[in-house]
Design a protein around this ligand. Sequence first.
Ligand SMILES: [Zn+2]
Length: 348
Amino acid sequence: MISYQDYLQLLPKTELHCHFVSTMNAATFLELADKHGVDLWGSDPETLFDFADLVDFLVGFRAAHDVLRDPEDFARVAWEGVRDAVAQGNLRYREYYVNPQYFAARGVGYLEVMEPIIAGLRRAERDFGVGFAIIAAINRRDDAASAVEMVRQVIAHPLPEVVGIGQDDLTPENTEDPTRFAAAYELAAAHGLKRTAHVGETDAATSDAVRQAIEVLGCERLDHGYRITDDPAVVELARERGIAFATTPVSTTICSDWALDEAHRIRAMIDAGLMVTVSTDDAMFFRTDLGREYREGLFAMGVDAATAKQIALNGITGAFCDDVRKDRLRAEFRAQFAALDAVLAPAA
Ligand SMILES: [Zn+2]
């Protein structure tokens, strides 16, 4: 028999919201910084990731892009990240945010970033059976014209693995302001790209940003979205449209200082019937992993086994892959659920 926490960790999972650089492990991060002579803000792995809040974290996140320069750096991080997530949380499929603008600012071009990442992820798919897709993310620090230019690059260099666009980081005013990038989303939609956006994340964000991302940007999925619970009309809108939410429990304890308990906004979103999925966001920086998000995050929010399995299945429904892959994943998940249900110790 296994405990409920072990059960949560062992459930098969997808991950729809993780940033490529954050799937690095700390040892590789320090090694690559040394290789390229990048001065980090510290060298002690114990304190390197002590961030005060979201803005503080984002400074470190931007700097982390500096250590990835050679094709073998990207490919290595891609492969290791899958290996680690399979071991830590039974990862079966994953979608990655890659920010071409960060690398372009450092003289590394779009294909120089995407091709070695895809090569590393393909190798990991062969070794671990974990499929993947990539979302090209708009960096909100840059202006709207730069976002359109980024989408033009995605369209000019079609790669079957790059299936959509998103937006992350904050504007120079430290706001979300999703509609600032409406033109980039319109262009992406016209070329059949999927759309998502980071909105409604912290106490400084609004439920209106969630509504705008759905109504103005046409997003099929949203990252975070926690402020939605402030407005029942937006909850209704998201339910009607079948919007999936890629939530990240542990990150909210760092970026927003929220407690993981039954009063958490993610629990309220689940109870409101929204299509909630669970991811790590920035595993290295938040010292989390996919297993921990379920084992500690869902557990602390009082989520039961039936709901945890539904959340895992939501992670298939909300994915940007084709129906053949989704059907295969659902069959695999149901078989693993049955095996785990059979060994789950009855509640004490
Ligand atoms: Zn994120």
